[in-house]
Design a binder for this molecule. Structure first.
Ligand code: PEP
Length: 249
């Protein structure tokens, strides 16, 4: 079976109840491609998750933007995988570059989080990507391979994992990777999975692109054979997110 197109909207640390209401209304009223063609997930801040879940059309799923690395308990300020499962949240984003960078989340810590979230029944959008310095030093593939390896060493079943390739230099900067740059890394990542995990996992795992995706650039990126969808930040808060969803068709 082919890889179903996947579009995630990462709302990051944005929104008021009024703004969230507006985004949900826009999504609910939009003509979007069938769930047979595209899987759509939006990721509000934790505090808005129950509100979004109760109002959003059922074809669009919800993700948390993070969760704790192990069972909940005395970890002030954290939210556990068990809590997300309890709330009926099916997905979680882990290893976003803002957390790797600003909160010093290491490859190993992200790998542990992915393994624990999967063990609790969550599906994971696992983010990888290089900084501008790393790209300019020619180490893009070494960086994303090391990030992916830390996950691969800790999990066996990849069926509930989507890899988001998000070059750090493209996130929130307006500097999108060219379709050729995205394709080059996606195909290398798929080769890495083929060699280091299995040909089946390489063939079936969705590798989505993130970094300044907009309505204007999504169609060309979506046309690349190894780009299986998008993780969208800024544009997921705007009506153009609908065009990005529909770039699957
Ligand atoms: C993101 O935060 O995952 C992202 C891709 O952001 P933006 O689309 O704003 O670059």
């Amino acid at each position: 079976m082919g890889r179903k197109f996947f579009v995630g909207g990462n709302w990051k640390c944005n929104g008021t109840t009024d703004q969230v209401d507006k985004i949900v209304k826009t999504l609910n009223e939009a003509q979007i491609a069938s769930p047979d063609v595209v899987e759509v997930v939006v990721s509000p801040p934790y505090v808005f998750i129950p509100m979004v879940k109760s109002k959003l059309r059922p074809e669009i799923q919800v993700a948390a933007q993070n969760c704790w690395v192990k069972k909940g308990g005395a970890f002030t300020g954290e939210v556990s995988a068990e809590m997300l499962v309890n709330l009926g949240v099916p997905w979680v984003i882990l290893g976003h570059s803002e957390r790797r960078g600003l909160l010093a989340e290491s490859n190993e810590f992200v790998g542990d989080k992915v393994a624990y979230a999967l063990s609790q029944g969550l599906k994971v959008i696992a983010c990888v990507g290089e900084t501008l310095e790393q790209r300019e030093a020619g180490s893009t593939m070494d960086v994303v391979a090391a990030q992916t390896k830390a996950i691969a060493e800790r999990i066996k079943d990849w069926s509930n994992v989507v890899i988001a390739y998000e070059p750090v230099w493209a996130i929130g900067t307006g500097k999108v990777a060219t379709p050729a740059q995205a394709q080059e890394v996606h195909v290398s990542l798929r080769d890495w999975l083929k060699t280091n995990v299995s040909p089946e996992v390489a063939e079936s795992t969705r590798i989505i692109y993130g970094g300044s995706v907009t309505a204007a650039n999504c169609k060309e990126l979506a046309g690349q054979p190894d780009v299986d969808g998008f993780l969208v930040g800024g544009a997921s808060l705007k009506p153009e997110f609908i065009d990005i969803i529909n770039s699957a068709t």
